[in-house]
Write a protein that binds this ligand. Structure first.
Ligand SMILES: Cc1ncc(COP(=O)(O)O)c(C=O)c1O
Length: 441
């Protein structure tokens, strides 16, 4: 029931702002498409107008701007910069994948598709994941477990939108690609970061402490492995312990598996999909960007329990509605015929990783370990306490573009990230520039 001054069937609204309505006689009364203003406030004169913010809501205003961009902007217009700041392979998408997109366009595939993606692509992703993993060791992953998204970024955002609400507690293992920490904040979640530790053997996870942080009532834990920026890759034992713990407390696990194929051990990196059951609260977000060199195509997917995928079908309608059809066609060819691309890229990245890590370790004052996955060296520069200022100086004084560790969380301060998806020649050029700068500080 309405309050006493409301009339049945009439929606009344008192606008907070003075509206400029076509009101007869200027008496401050009017009716606008079914909304009746019983008594309009007098229009205040301009300098009495309430001062209202024209900016976004606080959660959006408080998002961190990208410190990687800040460094890149400092290098804008500078001709001689060798840049390794962005996380992007330096090769164009292979021709056979591009042709699949072009052919789809030429066939006139320019229309909307199903919200969850075209069935052939969902099948292809299900088959691909079933080849790499077996849910619970037995269950196949089917297209009912798959939602196609317009990028890995979108997969992470959609998953978060579907699971996390205001005030929910989300634990994120860091240092990490900043988007993963900012996404839950957009939705009003309480984010708790859990730092890895840097040791002479590389970045490690204190499992007991993480489990203690995953206290009852936690909604979700976000784990990016292989990790951007550190290359840290979770092992099976830790995965099992986390899965058991999360099962007990009903905590969702979101695996950001963007770099799953860039693992320098055997096969694909250990995945929660190898050990989870079909009814576990486990979601894997993935992307075509890295494995198939398709960053600009904006194509990714979510693998999740069927119930959640059904909900995502609806949610997708209110996001992008669907990924572009011709991009999805290219995705099918990539995932079905692209294994040689993945294998070639991995070989190239492994060589680049070994080369760069060895050269970095030759520079006095630099502490670099061998990353077990992903495509970044994340190394400590002794004496650097402001990595943003250091990276800006690298650009201006040495013509070298690297990403400041602070961009990946406070635990990344004092570190610098170098994307090694580049030719050995360029890496060597970069090393020379870094050496000069660090040695002559
Ligand atoms: C850890 C991680 N996850 C997800 C993504 C998303 O990739 P995209 O939005 O290009 O699919 C990236 C991109 O850099 C990333 O580094």
């Amino acid at each position: 029931m309405g309050t006493s001054d409301e009339q049945p069937g009439v929606t009344t609204a008192r606008p907070q702002l003075p509206l400029r309505l076509p009101l007869g006689g200027g008496e401050g009364r009017g009716e606008v498409v079914g909304i009746r203003y019983e008594k309009m406030p007098d229009f205040p004169i301009a300098n009495e107008m309430p001062i209202l913010s024209l900016a976004a809501r606080p959660a959006v205003q408080q998002l961190r701007s990208s410190k990687i961009r800040e460094v890149a902007n400092a290098g804008m217009g500078k001709k001689d910069v060798v840049a390794f700041w962005f996380g992007e392979p330096d090769e164009v998408t292979p021709d056979f994948i591009r042709q699949a997109g072009i052919e789809a366009l030429n066939r006139g595939e320019t229309f909307y598709t199903e919200n969850l993606g075209i069935p052939e692509l969902r099948d292809a992703i299900g088959n691909y994941l079933s080849r790499l993993h077996r849910l619970g060791g037995t269950g196949l992953i089917t297209s009912d477990n798959i939602a196609v998204t317009s990028s890995g970024m979108s997969a992470l955002m959609l998953t978060t939108q579907s699971l996390v609400g205001p005030g929910d507690r989300v634990v994120i293992v860091t240092p990490v690609w900043p988007n993963l920490v900012e996404i839950p904040k957009i939705l009003g979640a309480e984010t708790v970061t859990f730092p890895l530790s840097f040791t002479p053997k590389g970045w490690t996870l204190d499992l007991e402490r993480l489990l203690a942080t995953l206290e009852p009532g936690t909604r979700a834990v976000y784990i990016n492995s292989p990790n951007n920026p550190t290359g840290w890759t979770i092992d099976r034992e830790a995965q099992r312990a986390i899965l058991e713990h999360c099962r007990m407390h009903g905590i969702w696990i979101l695996g950001d598996d963007a770099y799953q194929r860039f693992f320098y051990g055997n096969g694909a990196a250990p995945s929660f999909l190898d050990i989870a059951d079909a009814r576990d609260r486990v979601v894997s977000a993935n992307t075509f960007s890295k494995s198939w060199l398709m960053t600009g195509w904006r194509l990714g997917w979510i693998m999740a329990p069927k119930e959640l995928i059904a909900n995502l079908g609806t949610l997708l309608e209110y996001n992008t509605s669907c990924a572009p059809c011709f991009v999805q066609r290219a995705g099918i060819v990539a995932i079905e015929q692209g294994e040689p691309v993945v294998a070639r890229t991995l070989t190239r990245l492994r060589k680049a990783r070994d080369f760069l890590s060895a050269r970095l370790r030759e520079i006095p004052g630099i502490e670099a370990t061998l990353p077990p996955g992903a495509m970044y060296a994340f190394f400590k520069v002794h004496g650097v306490s402001d990595s943003l200022a250091f990276c800006k100086k690298l650009v201006s004084d040495a013509g070298l573009g690297l990403a400041p560790g602070i961009a990946f969380g406070p635990e990344g301060e004092g570190f610098v990230r170098w994307c090694f998806a580049a030719s050995e020649e360029r890496l060597a050029q970069g090393i020379e520039r870094l050496r000069k700068m660090v040695v002559h500080r």
